[in-house]
Write a protein that binds this ligand. Structure first.
Ligand code: ADP
Length: 190
């Protein structure tokens, strides 16, 4: 079972992914977490991406596709992956389909968390005050939201056409959103 958690920055993808790791023993593949780990380790890759991320821009497709590819065997062994923050461009989505197909696997479900822009801005303002994540500052967040709207949201028709897309209201409590995701995961699929 391979799941994409899809939605704008700060929609709650990471929170829901972590819960599914606990309840379903799936593996969370978050390109954002992988890139932050690279920065924290001081690696060459980390140095290349830190400015881009801080500004809220997308890093190159080649970088994130490679990060994901390295982790696919582990996810497969666990019985499935939760893709969190990946894919973010059509090129990434197509690369993911190719990599999975090559391994005799596929994306089973794409859950889109719908949260409106005002709510996202409010959440991030709170998070920035608390944790000070550099790209949560208002200017970078606006860039991230624009990147989502121009480069990532256009993937929705791609997954809708492939009949993989389920939409979930992401404005409710963590528990309400979690049960909606559970329902989508447990519904019979073609
Ligand atoms: P959020 O979902 O809250 O925006 P992430 O942790 O997913 O946060 O991503 C943080 C940053 O990491 C992005 O703004 C971008 O710079 C980079 N990044 C993460 N995933 C990708 C990706 N799939 N493609 C390009 N850039 C990415």
């Amino acid at each position: 079972m391979n799941l994409i958690l899809f939605g704008p920055p700060a929609a709650g993808k990471g929170t829901q992914a972590k819960r599914l790791v606990e309840t379903r023993k799936m593996v969370q593949l978050s390109t954002g977490d992988m890139l932050r780990a690279a920065i924290a380790s001081g690696s060459e890759l980390g140095k290349r991406v830190s400015g881009i991320m801080e500004r809220g821009e997308l890093v190159s497709d080649a970088i994130v596709v490679e990060l994901i590819e390295q982790r696919l065997p582990e996810a497969e062994a666990a019985g499935g992956a939760i893709f969190d923050g990946f894919p973010r461009t059509l090129a990434q989505a197509e690369a993911l389909d190719r990599m999975l197909e090559h391994r005799g696997s596929r994306i089973d479900l794409v859950v889109r968390l719908k949260v409106d822009d005002d709510a996202l801005m409010q959440r991030v303002a709170g998070r920035f005050a608390e944790s000070g994540r550099p790209d949560d500052n208002p200017d970078s967040f606006k860039v991230r939201l624009d990147a989502y709207n121009t480069q990532t949201a256009p993937l929705l028709p791609y997954y809708r056409d492939h009949r993989k897309l389920v939409e979930v209201d992401g404005m409710g409590s963590i528990e309400t959103v979690a049960s909606a995701i559970d329902k989508a995961l447990d519904a019979p699929r073609a």
